[in-house]
Design a protein around this ligand. Structure first.
Ligand code: BT5
Length: 276
């Protein structure tokens, strides 16, 4: 592996959540670059208290500790760097090129979810300025469906038609450790890019290039409201711009559901199925 900041790799057979572990380490002053990888999580988590499913020994479950000097408006780029590095790694290891479903999913054919990214920030004790102070921690976790599911029959009912895996899509086994090392190697230059205006602009345009949500009819679920529109772009900070007819709305955080005509996207306006 080329030189990277990710040399402290801590492996667990079983843990509650790699993100939880690394957030605790961050609160105790752990430096940027620590990586945690687990064979199994008993409480793997998604956003908003959701659960992340993965049977023991089947998928890549990892978190990295970043301390980028980012303005609050740019923090979505921390999710983006891991998503983009994961795409690079998956392309190299399998030849398959997932897209990014805004804000945090890697998807394969039919928008089925191959991976989810969860960024959690600790704005605690190390967030103050001054000599020797560290930037606030952002722990970015990723679950990549590598070997599981083998087929739709492996999935719980609520994930049928929603989830897929590299194994299911390619028909070949994929090495989780090789994938992690590729991901970390690809992450190094992307994390470095967070540190400059030009670098962040490049990340924004990479995100835009891979984002399958652009051009889609979407429903956006925010904490206190929902609305529909057409996703037309992603800003340099990684926020989604949705044309709602009367105006453009910029979405910083929220759930996006791709709405598509059932059957044929072009011939059935008004009749939409959803892809969460
Ligand atoms: C995510 O949340 O997609 C972020 C998932 C992050 C998981 C990693 S694993 C390593 C690290 N440590 C952790 O504790 N977490 C991170 P969200 O967008 O909220 O999506 C969660 C939803 O995805 C669930 O409610 C399910 O509907 C669905 N889901 C759960 N497990 C899945 C899987 N293996 N594949 C596809 N979809 C899944």
């Amino acid at each position: 592996m080329p030189e990277t900041r990710f040399t402290d790799i801590r492996r667990f057979e079983s843990i509650d959540s790699t993100n939880r572990y690394l957030l605790d380490e961050a609160r105790n002053g752990a430096p940027e670059g620590v990586v945690v990888v687990a064979d199994h999580q008993s409480s793997g988590r998604g956003r908003l208290g959701r659960h992340w499913e993965a049977p023991p020994g089947s998928n890549l479950l990892a978190s990295v500790l970043l301390r980028p000097d980012l303005a609050p408006a740019d923090r979505h780029l921390a999710t983006a760097v891991v998503a983009l590095a994961a795409i690079d790694a998956i392309v190299t290891e399998t030849g398959m090129a997932p897209g990014i479903k805004w804000p945090n999913d890697l998807v394969g054919p039919g928008y089925r979810k191959l991976a989810g990214v969860l960024a959690e920030a600790d704005m605690g004790s190390n967030a103050t300025g001054g000599v020797g102070a560290m930037c606030p921690a952002i722990v970015v976790g990723i679950g990549v469906n590598v070997g599981w599911p083998l087929s739709d029959g492996d999935l719980p009912d609520d994930l049928v038609g929603i989830a897929t895996s590299l194994r299911q899509e390619t028909g070949r086994p994929v090495d989780r450790t090789a994938l992690l090392h590729r991901l970390l190697a690809a992450l190094e230059p992307r994390v470095a890019a967070l540190g400059s205006v030009d670098g962040r602009a490049r990340l924004g345009s990479d995100l835009r290039r891979h984002c399958t949500t652009i051009g889609e009819r979407v429903r956006v679920d925010l904490l206190d409201e929902s609305f529909e529109g057409t996703a037309i772009d992603v800003t340099a900070e990684g926020h989604l711009i949705v044309d709602v007819g009367v105006c453009m709305r910029t979405v910083v955080a929220g759930d996006v559901i791709h709405l598509r005509p059932i059957g044929d996207t072009r011939h059935a306006p008004g009749s939409f199925g959803s892809h969460e």
